[in-house]
Ligand binder design. Sequence first.
Ligand SMILES: *Cc1c(COP(=O)(O)O)cnc(C)c1O
Length: 648
Amino acid sequence: MAANNNWSPDDAAELYRLDAWSDGFFVVNELGHVAVKPFENDALTIDITDVVAEARRRDIKFPLLLRFQDVLRARVRRLNEAFAEAIDYTKYKNVYRGVYPIKVNQLHEVVEEVLDAGAPYGLGLECGSKAELIASLPHLVSDETLLICNGVKDRTMLSLIIAAQKLGKNVVPVMEKFGEFEQLMALAAESDGKTQFGVRIRLRTGGAGKWADSGGYRSKFGISLPELIEVVERLEQENASDAFILLHFHLGSQISDIQQLKQAAKEMAQIYAELINRGMPIRYMDVGGGLGVNYSGGSDGGINYSLQEYANAVVSAIMEVCDARKVPHPTLVSESGRALTAHHSVLIVEALGAYQKDRVDDDYIAPAGAHRMSRTLSEILQSLRAASDGEMEVSELLEAYHDIVEIHREASTLFGMGYLSLEENALIERLYWSNCSAVLRHLRAADPDPVPAEMRELEDKLVDQYLCDFSVFQSMLDHWAIDQAFPIMPLDRLDTEPTRRALLVDLTCDSDGKVSQYVSSNPDKQFLELHPIQPGEPYFLGFFLMGAYQDIMGDAHNLFGRVAEMHIYGDAEEEGNFWVEKVIPGTEVQEILAQVQYFPNDLQRRMQNLIKEKIESGAIRPKRGMEILDQYMACFKDQTYIDPRPRQ
Ligand SMILES: *Cc1c(COP(=O)(O)O)cnc(C)c1O
């Protein structure tokens, strides 16, 4: 493809669908670079290529995760203000108190930033395991701050929760199973009998989308209605109704359809009204997580609502039932995690090289002595190259393509039987790919409708592979596991048209280690438009919306460890409009090895023995042997990823 001279940065923004997923936080600037717009009511932007330059100056290695802490804060504000607006508009007679589920991103700095930004709104936390409970508890600075404890809880956890309640902290364990409730009551009885808890209800309304089984009949979690009645009866018998203060449901992450949420909220509000009438002093209605993020701008697995619409739906559905049943409006709680953290982190990945199918030069003509098949391919190529765009009929092009494919197949057979030399076969291979791209060029010019199957096959075959310095398993687990598409685009050169079609592949030795889904207006698109890599000029890609689940869940496939991180704040007084608060280096080789029980001392001893044997047998000089040992030992402090520009 030849570059379009009228290309502008706006065209790039459109191609990569920035408007659909950036939520106003990312723009393409007039230099053709991606910039962050961290503050909502301020035009200040940070050019990401400046941040990359700063990281290179400091010799921080890539891949590099950038956290824009102001974006995280802005998301916290938006969620809380959306609920405030919905409450104001409907005249709902209570408040919203969100909790941040730390499993979405447990990094301490993320949790602290969320809590700090959420303090004016009384934002609390949610935990789902023992380690998360232990991490969250000391962050309950105010006694009002909610800590909701979901997940299966053992005796240790339940008694720690009761102890925290004794301290006056607002900790609410949510009963997932009837047995858990019995255990909590028994533990409370060992002291003064006082506690507080919530119940996760197994609703009829099931979830939708990729996590549908988090709600509904088949859910692994929750208390059924008959069990709920038992809970109520026990509380009445033991005169302990005061303890029951919260109702909870969770439909699953990334709710795709807002109607489902409304229906679930109404179902729970009916249960709430019944329980209020029965004398249970329930104060909180917790609608769980699931507030979606528009990763792909609606083209695939998207969501059909905005943040404001979500808040309106929750408030109005619950209010409608409460008013009809004449019960007080409860405090509303949501456990939105993805929607708070997704936008703030961007993974910066360097494209190390592009692999294009072998081609022959434009003016190449097979010599008279070349193999018959090479000469035929060369003739077809000449006529394809001589024709101008639009000159050849689609039927002619398809016929040429069929001939090329047949010759290619025949060459493979002959080579397999030993009738074709390696050199001859290699030339045929190069001519074959040159012909394929010439045919495709003409087909694109002809723009046939319907698109012939051969054309789709060619589009697929001729995509370049761009080798990228990252691991899908460490940094984009959901892409591998559930085909989630994340927005990816080059960070610069966006003032010129990207003329290559690329498939991104990672460093792992796993055929799944690639990006096979791209954000596009065409859901079937299997490639990303990129620029040709220029020698000596690094080409960096941004992977966006990585802050929810991805950057924390990584798996050490092939022993690629955590990537380096840089935490950034915007500030108009600073050069480049930003300052770096913190750098966390990526995992060193020795750390990741220790996780699988290899330790430097032992490896050194083994390597030393191997070398000693060679010295004793006279295969190498002792000095050289020791140099090799030093070289080996120096690698333990390296990062686990590729370093295209190692220090000498
Ligand atoms: C995972 C989870 C959440 C967070 O969901 P998001 O979709 O990230 O908002 C909230 N509550 C519970 C019970 C969860 O399991």
